[in-house]
Ligand binder design. Structure first.
Ligand code: NCD
Length: 435
């Protein structure tokens, strides 16, 4: 029997915070009470000044395995997640080869079994993510895959997307779209606008994203397929999703920390760390995303953790690959946007919202994982983060658990950090040290 006591924190329930201690025995919460005394031999975690809530769930992690293990692998990506307070991640399928078959999905699921956090896998919608021929989604769904995406690119052909959605609706799975119309994005390297013109860099217009969001909402209305929009970056994209949700359509959306923290002016440095798809947008978009987050209308914050080796990323801006690291700092950046006065929203966007979208909750029986995004009640699987909202630290790209170094936040002082991460009752990270 392994027993763990989390003492002195504020327990974040679904509706309120309660000052309480939490006992975990053999992977489950067994007691929650105002004051619990430690038993002989029991490990104690001091949670004073901390929020004790359901572990974070990342809907958008590039683990790079197989194929690009020099940038990241399942183990190192999971370590970065554990340090960031995550108890589960959803691995994206844009690996080499693509996760578009039972064999490839099984490979990553197997590698995930020995990782510090739980690794769920998103399968590809089309073979090779080429946007032409549907991948065997039913077979991958039989492994417990509930989300399919061609992330890295959106499915460009509306006819293929319609077929995929009709098929997915019957299977009872969710499709997740990387919304960028490639013809409109036209190979651009940053947001299209006055800044890109001044810098002489080619732009990706906001409409490249919004037109695909709009198209896919129409296809949801036609097919009834649940649709999740990945890394939305513009004010208008969020308005389109909000309108679709109020119409009752089964759509959800995530936003990424870089899109609500940094704007296109960062590209004035020509530093490739600021290159990402979709690109960093205008200051007005950043303000709109922050407002949406604070007011609780965003379903999830997702990292789009995209590791690249220094050799590949350290290129001229227009030649460097897009993408930046996310897992180790996303919660701090989210806290900054949401505000310390809104812990329930903080846990909704980092844990309960994403767990619902990835179907990792206790009520989601298809998934072969323990439950995440719980209510913090007795009987819950113990996937928990102890989060200190007041501690500060300075980001150091050379002190990351990720194999890669491509963070745009190097040298920034951030507030709020996971003091401990507990996965199925096991402490995998405490005070910044992996256990
Ligand atoms: C992602 C990556 O590197 O895998 N990069 C990024 O800029 N977000 C893929 C992608 O979504 O383009």
């Amino acid at each position: 029997m392994t027993s763990l006591l989390i003492q002195g924190g504020q327990v974040v329930g679904r509706k309120e915070l309660t000052r309480a201690d939490v006992r975990i025995v053999d992977g489950r919460i067994t007691e929650i009470a105002t004051q619990l005394a430690a038993q002989p031999g029991e490990r104690v975690i001091d949670a004073s000044g901390c929020w004790v809530g359901p572990g974070f769930v990342d809907l958008h992690t590039h683990l790079r395995e197989p194929g690009k293990e020099s940038a990241e692998n399942v183990e190192t990506g999971a370590n970065a997640a554990a340090l960031g307070g995550y108890t589960a991640v959803l691995a994206m399928p844009n690996t080499e080869p693509t996760l578009d078959s039972v064999a490839m999905v099984s490979y990553v699921l197997d590698r995930g079994r020995s990782a510090r956090v739980e690794v769920a896998v998103a399968g590809a919608i089309t073979i090779g993510r080429l946007g032409q021929q549907l991948a065997p989604m039913a077979k991958m769904a039989s492994l417990g895959v509930t989300v399919f995406t061609d992330d890295g690119t959106g499915v460009q052909d509306a006819g293929v997307m319609r077929r995929a959605m009709t098929y997915a609706a019957q299977l009872g799975v969710t499709l997740a779209q990387h919304c960028e119309d490639e013809a409109l994005a036209a190979g651009g390297v940053m947001n299209e606008g006055s800044v890109s013109s001044r810098l002489g860099l080619s732009g990706r217009h906001a409409l490249a994203e919004e037109i695909m969001v709009s198209r896919d909402i129409d296809l949801v209305r036609l097919t009834g397929c649940p649709m999740h929009f990945l890394h939305l970056s513009t004010a208008r994209s969020l308005e389109l999703v909000r309108a679709a949700q109020s119409e009752g359509l089964p759509v959800t959306a995530e936003i990424a920390p870089h899109h609500f923290t940094l704007d296109e002016s960062a590209c004035e440095t020509f530093d490739p760390e600021f290159k990402v798809h979709p690109p960093l947008r205008t200051a007005a978009d950043v303000a709109a995303l922050r407002e949406a987050l604070r007011s609780g209308v965003v379903d999830a914050v997702a990292t789009d953790h995209a590791p690249h080796t220094p050799e590949s990323k350290d290129m001229a801006f227009d030649e460097a690959p897009p993408g930046m690291l996310g897992l180790e700092h996303a919660a701090s950046l989210t806290l900054d946007a949401v505000g310390e006065d809104r812990p329930l929203v903080f846990f909704d966007v980092l844990s309960r919202g994403p767990a619902a979208i990835a179907r990792l909750r206790a009520s989601d029986t298809r998934v072969r994982h323990s439950a995440h995004g719980g209510d913090m009640v007795v009987g819950d699987d113990a996937n928990i983060v102890v989060f200190d909202p007041s501690t500060t630290y300075v980001v150091d790209r050379f002190a990351l658990a990720s194999k890669a170094r491509n963070t745009p936040y190097h040298g920034r002082e951030l507030r709020g950090r996971a003091r401990a991460t507990i996965v199925r009752g096991v402490v995998v990270q405490e005070s910044g040290e992996l256990c």
